[in-house]
Design a protein around this ligand. Structure first.
Ligand code: SF4
Length: 386
C-alpha cells in the first residue's frame, strides 16, 4: 500500500462531486497545517485513553507517564485533556449500551481497495456487538462542522470495516459516529443497514473510476474549501468573474435579493483571494515569476537574545521590576482552556454570566435561530440617532 492513495477517503466528499480534483491535487505539495498537527496529537491521546479505559488497562503510574509525555509535545494544550476524556466517555457510553462487553478496537487500519484503487484508511474506534457495528471518528478541528449524516468518508470506512469483520460477525446494521468536541454544530450518528451501505458502495463505482483517472467535469461547491488546487483552479476563479458579471437592474439601489446574492459570492471570493495570495507568495519565493508581484521582507521584529540576563542588567542598574513586567489577567476562555472545562465548571462555573451576543449576519444554512430587533429596541435606536 502506498502512503498516499490518489483517492483519499477523507477527500471523498470532494472527489465524488468534482471528479478531476484528486488528480489536479497531485500538482501541489502536501503541507500539514498546524491544526492537522494538533489533531494528530489529540488522536494519539484519545487512543491511549480508550485503550487504557476499555481494552488494555495499564498500571496507574505507567499510564500517567504516557499522559505526561504527551504534555511535552509543542502542540499540547490543556483543553486536549478534557476533550479527549469526553471522547473516551462517549466510547464508553456505546460500550455500556450492550449487556455483554463488545469487541473494541482502536486505530484500525482498513483496507479500502475493494472500493477505491489502492485505498486505505484508519478508523479511530470500532465496536462490534451482536449484529451492530459502530465506527467512531474523532474530528478535532473546530472551524468546519462535520456531520455524520450520509458522510462519504465514514461510509467508505464502514465498507472497509464490514469487509474486514463480516467473516467473523453477522453484521447487519452500521452506526457511524462523528465526535467533534470543539464544534457544537458538527458530529452526530448516522445509522444504515449493511445492505444499503453496500448498495451505495456499488452506486459510486463509476464515479470512483472517473475520479481515479481524473476524468469528468470540474464542479465548484462547498467541497472546494479543502482542495489543494483551489488557489489556481479555473472553475473556482469563475465565481469571481460571476460577481463582476452580475446584471444589476434599475433602480440605482441594490434590492435585498441582490444583496444576499452578492454577500454569498463575496465571501467565497475573499477566501479564494487569500488562498491565491498564499499560493503566489510560495511561487515567488521559489523563484517563479508572478506577473506584477514580488516578495519582500515583512516588518522586522526585535527580540532578546537572553531576556533573563537583559532584565537582570536593567534591574541591577536601578530600573524597577514594575516597569519591566505587566500583570494582566487571562480572559475567561483562556482560563478555561488552561485548566480544562470540567475543573473550570466545578471551581468557578457559577461565577460566569453570559451576555447576549452581538447580532451577526450568517447564511440561512447556519443552525442558530434567527433573531430580530424588538419594536422597543428599534425605537431606542431611532431616538439615539436623532
Ligand atoms: S477547487 Fe473545487 S472546482 Fe476546483 S478542482 Fe478543487 S474541488 Fe474542483
Amino acid at each position: 500500500m502506498s502512503k498516499h492513495a490518489v483517492l483519499s477517503a477523507s477527500g471523498a466528499h470532494r472527489w465524488l462531486e468534482c471528479t478531476p480534483s484528486a488528480r489536479l491535487e497531485e500538482n501541489f505539495e502536501d503541507r500539514p497545517s498546524e491544526s492537522a498537527k494538533e489533531g494528530t496529537l489529540a488522536h494519539a491521546i484519545a487512543e491511549a485513553k480508550v485503550r487504557n479505559m476499555l481494552i488494555d488497562p495499564l498500571p496507574k503510574r505507567s499510564f500517567n507517564k504516557i499522559l505526561k509525555d504527551f504534555t511535552n509535545n509543542s502542540m499540547y494544550q490543556k483543553e486536549m485533556d478534557a476533550l479527549t476524556d469526553e471522547y473516551a466517555e462517549y466510547i464508553r457510553g456505546i460500550v455500556l449500551s450492550y449487556a455483554q462487553k463488545p469487541y473494541i478496537a482502536v486505530e484500525v487500519k482498513l483496507n479500502l481497495s475493494a472500493h477505491i484503487p489502492e485505498g486505505f484508511g484508519t478508523a479511530d474506534c470500532i465496536i462490534i456487538s451482536g449484529n451492530d457495528l459502530h465506527i467512531v471518528d474523532l474530528k478535532y478541528g473546530k472551524n468546519v462542522a462535520v456531520s455524520a449524516e450520509d458522510n462519504p468518508q465514514l461510509k467508505l470506512y464502514a465498507l472497509g470495516a464490514v469487509g474486514e469483520y463480516e467473516l467473523f460477525y453477522n453484521i447487519q446494521t452500521v452506526h457511524m459516529h462523528i465526535f467533534q468536541p470543539r464544534n457544537k454544530d458538527g458530529g452526530g450518528t448516522f445509522t444504515t443497514s449493511v445492505q444499503e451501505l453496500k448498495a451505495w458502495g456499488e452506486s459510486i463505482r463509476p464515479t470512483i473510476e472517473m475520479a481515479y483517472i481524473g476524468a469528468g467535469e470540474q464542479k465548484e461547491g462547498s467541497w472546494c474549501g479543502f482542495c489543494k488546487a483551489k488557489p489556481i483552479c479555473q472553475k473556482h476563479a469563475e465565481k469571481c468573474r460571476e460577481l463582476a458579471k452580475l446584471d444589476f437592474k434599475k433602480p440605482e439601489l441594490l434590492s435585498h435579493e441582490e444583496i444576499g446574492q452578492i454577500l454569498q459570492t463575496a465571501k467565497d471570493v475573499a477566501s479564494w483571494a487569500k488562498a491565491l495570495e498564499e499560493y503566489a507568495l510560495s511561487e515567488v519565493l521559489k523563484g517563479n515569476d508572478i506577473s506584477g508581484w514580488k516578495a519582500v521582507e515583512g516588518r522586522k521584529t526585535r527580540a532578546w537574545t537572553d531576556m533573563d540576563t537583559a532584565f537582570k542588567k536593567l534591574t541591577d542598574s536601578g530600573i524597577s521590576e514594575e516597569i519591566l513586567w505587566i500583570k494582566s489577567p487571562l480572559t475567561l476562555a483562556q482560563v478555561e482552556k488552561e485548566i480544562g472545562k470540567k475543573e473550570f465548571s466545578a471551581l468557578v462555573g457559577d461565577m460566569v454570566t453570559t451576555s447576549t451576543g452581538k447580532p451577526t449576519l450568517v447564511p440561512d444554512s447556519d443552525k442558530r435561530e434567527s433573531i430580530k430587533l424588538k419594536a422597543a429596541d428599534e425605537f431606542k435606536e431611532e431616538s439615539t440617532n436623532e
